[in-house]
Design a protein around this ligand. Sequence first.
Ligand SMILES: [Fe+2]
Length: 293
Amino acid sequence: MTQLKKGITIYNQLPENYDAISINSGTVHHATQTAPAVSFQGFNYVPRYNDDAYVIKRDWRALNDAEIRCLQANGRRNDYNTVYLGDIPGKLKEQFQSLSLAGAANRDEVMEKLAASPEKTKALSEQLNAFLQPLANKQPFKFHCIGINFPNIELVACNTTKLPAGYKPQDIRYMGMHNDGTKDMTIYTANKAGNRISINIGEESRSFLFVNLSMVQAINMLKKKIDIVEHNVNIANIGRFFFQHYPDYPVLKIRQQPYQFYIAPTDNCFHDGSTLGSSTLDVTMVYFGNFQY
Ligand SMILES: [Fe+2]
């Protein structure tokens, strides 16, 4: 495996500290590795990927001391060079719990539970704003979505907007490890796009996976392998080229327990989420901003 480079760092406030993080030996094309089967709410299927999707190797191990030192954030952390990890405040956690969103069977049920308790939902929203405001770096932030994923999906990211209404879970094509930014930015401006905070409000732990390299680092590494002009490498296809030419570059996996959050520059690094091993619906709350912790 390739050694970790100094790149995107981790500011880790989790009680589990670095025990929450593991590392593997890189990525493979999806066709060489079968996805685990999904069986939930009467749906039984093996998730399928886009043709050019790259997935994670499964040889996870604990970080060694040198890797921890390489990942630790320093005083120059900001919204695009650092992944922040922590627990949400106890009061906020209690508010989520009193709405019992965890345990919902689907998106509609999550929304119904919120709508059924307007006062609790309003108080929750106010508490969320009070939590996020000090992290927002004096810049605007906005609610993005409540993310819903089936359990036991090894890599959850997919684009369902092009599927016909009434599509079935087995119709989904997952995209594999990816960077979010595909329009309104270039490889060189992906670090100006801000970041996201994602709070696990489901019942079980999930994982956030990422490669600790910025888009600029990734393109500079690619320049050593291919002519990036000739291959027309851009913000939308850089992942495919990177994983083709650097299959041994490790991926980091962060275990995110219920009511823990990550803040990550998802336009500026390759990443995905995972619900592998879980048996209940995955629910996350996501805001966009320029968060720092
Ligand atoms: Fe993403």
